[in-house]
Design a protein around this ligand. Structure first.
Ligand SMILES: Nc1ncnc2c1ncn2[C@@H]1O[C@H](COP(=O)(O)OP(=O)(O)O)[C@@H](O)[C@H]1O
Ligand SMILES: [Mg+2]
Length: 250
């Protein structure tokens, strides 16, 4: 089982979109996939039209429910929904050992891939992701803020790796909403430098910008369903193929 957290402390860079598309693509490649929405905004839970009667990841972290109570069997993948109560996470899960809660939960499931959509904050939930994950996938936009966000994520990850609490590596950097402009070329260069510093040769790939990304969400469909031959959908299939290639080597 490979656990991949999709992370960037900046909002709006494409974490949720990436989680959904990659989940969809891996499922299309006959992988058994679990997607967890770990963002209090619960965007992905809304988009996949999650069952509100089911327990959420918050209930599982609180140990109020068993994993089965939260598992939702959707068309493409299994899903565990978020709850707005996750906003209380820093207060609720403040004991030092609580950082292992997510990792412990995952011992109860068996999938080829677990994908975790994370919140745009460097809080206890994101720290739980570093501990629970084998890989971190970082979507970013071209702007300085979301590119600097990568350093923060990497710094936090390194902290946990040095303590031997985490074995996670950065799997790849995705320059999302890509267009052929000189700014984007420059951003790709910067990402290249950052990837080099990371040592383990994470991939750098682009996902092109398209209004279909927003349209598909209004239709409550992944782009893999809504607009399969659109640019972002095709780009995400390439990213998923790369992910399979890189995680199978390991
Ligand atoms: N490739 C893309 N082209 C155009 N818009 C995109 C693309 N990827 C994501 N978006 C849009 O950008 C917004 C933020 O994306 P989202 O995945 O919710 O980011 P995050 O989870 O990081 O906050 C959404 O409206 C989404 O539809
Ligand atoms: Mg999101």
């Amino acid at each position: 089982m490979k656990v991949i957290a999709i992370a960037n402390q900046k909002g709006g860079v494409g974490k949720t979109t990436t989680t959904w598309e990659i989940g969809s693509c891996l499922a299309a490649e006959h992988k058994k996939v679990l997607v967890i929405d770990l963002d209090q905004q619960a965007n992905l839970s809304d988009y996949v039209d999650a069952d509100p009667k089911k327990a959420t990841i918050y209930d599982l972290l609180k140990a109020d429910n068993a994993v089965e109570d939260a598992l939702q069997h959707l068309d493409e993948f299994d899903f565990i929904a978020a709850s707005e109560k996750l906003s209380k996470a820093d207060k609720e899960f403040s004991a030092p050992e609580d950082i292992y809660l997510l990792k412990s939960l995952l011992e109860y499931v068996d999938y080829d891939y677990v994908l975790i959509d994370s919140n745009p904050a460097r809080n206890t939930l994101l720290n739980m992701c570093y501990i629970a994950s084998d890989y971190i996938l970082i979507p970013t936009e071209c702007d300085a803020g979301s590119i600097t966000g990568i350093d923060a994520i990497y710094g936090d990850l390194m902290k946990y790796r040095k303590l031997n609490w985490s074995n996670a590596q950065v799997l790849g950097l995705i320059l999302n909403k890509y267009e052929k402009t000189s700014m984007h070329t420059l951003a790709l260069e910067t990402l290249g430098e950052k990837a080099e510093e990371m040592g383990n040769a994470p991939f750098i790939m682009t996902v092109r910008k398209s209004i279909k990304a927003s349209e598909s969400k209004l239709a409550l469909q992944s782009m893999q369903k809504y607009n399969k031959y659109g640019n972002p959908a095709m780009d995400y299939r390439k990213v998923a193929a790369k992910i399979i290639e890189m995680t199978q080597e390991a």
